[in-house]
Design a protein around this ligand. Structure first.
Ligand SMILES: Cc1cc2nc3c(=O)[nH]c(=O)nc-3n(C[C@H](O)[C@H](O)[C@H](O)COP(=O)(O)OP(=O)(O)OC[C@H]3O[C@@H](n4cnc5c(N)ncnc54)[C@H](O)[C@@H]3O)c2cc1C
Length: 512
């Protein structure tokens, strides 16, 4: 199979078209791709897609809330020298800058951001500040032992509170509320997976105060308006935020400490001691890359991640009567246990924001604004919302957006720093980066300052994942995985039996 760069763009497009035709003819899948948005700003469920962002940065419900009051920070122009240059102003880059500058105010710390702080996944995600390690406990254990994995898991619990502490100390108005999270099962196979998850967590040292199984009745006490629930589990280690407000507030907090942030400044080449940008150059002893899924745009890094899109929808603000009927208390996250699971939050302005996987991976343009809306996924998310929360079934869907995750080949995150070259990396969080980015920021601070701490011995420090297969293999695998999971969910709902086919793609999936 010739490598990706030997195949012309035309060939790739043809291949993609052929594959999509094959899917719809033989696999009978949902329609995919961009459909025309409705002319109105809000539409009924299962109607046309809500319009895409009107301004280039309003790429989510959350960003839409912050962009109108925003004047972008200055761009880099000419040469700039500092001690530590951080590329990317998402959560990982900003937390690194924040903790580093707070620890050593004499350091000159500069953040370089291609768009605006919070433009990437940080400003588009589900707003779950949730504990749980990003990656596979078993894989980390092979390298560092189960004690280290338990310590890492505990660190994620602390991370939820640490984020809350900074939010309160820096007076960041982002609706942080720690109400825990409920994971619901609506079929027997899902209930088996919930049980397995809780048993696995208890098996390596967590207790019922960290995660516990719930009966259908106990679930109904938490969210009486959730339909079809047969079992569930609850963890208290989750908070809800408006993620864009958190990212923007964190950028402001960094600046108050003395960090320089350049916005609308794309790094063209990231190398030891130098970050080359279009309109200037940053020279620094230490350079940290925090560009997550966008990393694949750079030569030499194309196979580091699978840029997998997660898409979301949001309803209009619901009436108080609807919230009373749902009985869903503020700050509680709700998710389910399907293979293509959903996650949802009650937003600070009283909407349901619900997201899920399954967006098609595009061979010719894996990272493109086009991928942020998809008719098939939109339809599935609307149906999910309607089925899961019938009291909200008449609510209009006003927003549909998405963002890309950086999925490493084994789903394991990493924090790496080479003291010789001064080059660092924070990221590879998959879909679980809000807390992980905070931990990575604190860890990178210690690594740069040359301190050996509990953080610098966490199992993902210095961890390396193998690269993804070359295209079009990565594309075929990504499509097949999504389709297999979609088909597995349909099978389980139809028969009430576990779908064996889901096991086929398990090696490529996030750890359960
Ligand atoms: C729809 C969705 C829902 C999610 N839900 C959750 C959730 O509920 N909880 C959770 O824990 N995680 C969730 N995630 C994952 C989480 O959002 C990410 O793991 C996390 O935001 C990653 O942060 P980051 O700073 O590493 O990356 P990003 O936020 O993507 O930041 C990278 C930044 O780098 C900038 N950049 C890229 N290239 C360059 C360049 N060359 N020069 C300069 N700047 C550059 C980008 O513009 C961007 O601002 C979700 C993700 C998505 C997309």
């Amino acid at each position: 199979m010739p490598p990706h760069w030997l195949l012309s763009r035309r060939t790739l497009r043809k291949f993609e078209e052929y594959e999509m035709k094959f899917q719809s003819q033989w696999l009978g899948t949902l329609p995919q791709g961009r459909v025309e948005p409705s002319k109105t700003s809000a539409v009924g469920l299962a109607d046309a897609l809500p319009p895409a962002a009107e301004t280039p940065w309003s790429r989510s419900l959350w960003l839409e809330g912050v962009v109108p009051n925003l004047t972008p920070r200055e761009q880099l122009s000419g040469d700039h020298t500092c001690d530590v240059a951080i590329v990317g102003a998402g959560f990982a880059g900003l937390w690194t800058a924040y903790y580093l500058k707070a620890a050593d105010p004499s350091l000159r710390v500069t953040v370089i951001e291609a768009e605006i702080a919070g433009f990437g996944a940080a400003g588009r995600n589900g707003g779950f500040v949730s504990a749980g390690i990003a990656g596979s406990g078993a894989r980390y254990a092979r390298r560092s032992g189960w004690d280290a994995v338990l310590r890492a898991e505990r660190e994620t619990h602390h991370g939820v509170d640490e984020i809350g502490r900074v939010i309160s100390e820096e007076r960041i108005d982002c609706g942080y509320k720690k109400g825990g999270a409920l994971t619901l099962a609506t079929t027997d196979p899902q209930a088996q997976r919930v049980r397995a998850r809780v048993e696995a967590k208890h098996g390596f040292g967590l207790g019922p105060e960290d995660i516990r199984l719930l009966t259908a009745e106990e679930c109904a006490e938490l969210v009486p308006g959730a339909a079809g629930v047969v079992a569930g589990c609850f963890t208290p280690h989750v908070a809800r935020v408006d993620p864009a407000r958190l990212a923007r507030g964190l950028a402001d907090a960094c600046e108050r400490l003395g960090v320089t942030i350049f916005e609308q400044t794309r790094a063209e080449r990231v190398s030891p001691k130098v970050v080359q940008c279009g309109n200037g150059r940053v020279t620094a002893d230490v350079v940290v890359r925090a560009t997550e899924s966008y990393t694949i745009r750079e030569r030499g890094h194309r196979r580091s991640f699978l840029p997998l899109y997660s898409l979301m929808v949001a309803t209009e603000p619901l009436s108080q009567e609807t919230w009373d009927e749902l009985g869903w208390r503020d700050g509680l996250g709700v998710a389910d246990m399907r293979h293509l699971y959903y996650y949802s939050q009650r937003t600070i302005d009283g909407r349901i924001a619900l997201g899920g996987r399954g967006a098609p991976y595009r061979l010719t343009d894996p990272l493109s604004p086009q991928n942020e809306q998809d008719a098939g996924v939109f339809q599935r998310l609307c149906e999910t919302l309607r089925e899961a929360f019938p009291a909200a079934s008449q609510a209009r869907i006003t927003h549909h957006w998405g963002g890309s995750l950086a999925v490493p080949r084994d789903w394991c995150m990493r924090t790496t720093f080479d003291g010789k070259t001064g080059l660092g990396f924070v990221g590879a969080f998959g879909g679980h980066g809000v807390v992980a980015a905070n931990i990575s920021g604190r860890t990178m601070r210690d690594l740069i300052l040359g301190q050996s701490t509990d953080l610098t011995s966490l199992p993902w420090v210095g961890y390396r994942s193998r690269s993804w297969e070359p295209e079009p293999l990565r594309f075929v695998a990504a499509r097949l995985i999504t389709k297999t999971l979609e088909a597995s969910d349909a099978y389980e709902e139809r028969t009430g039996k576990p779908a064996k086919r889901a096991r086929l793609v398990k090696p490529f999936l996030p750890p359960g």
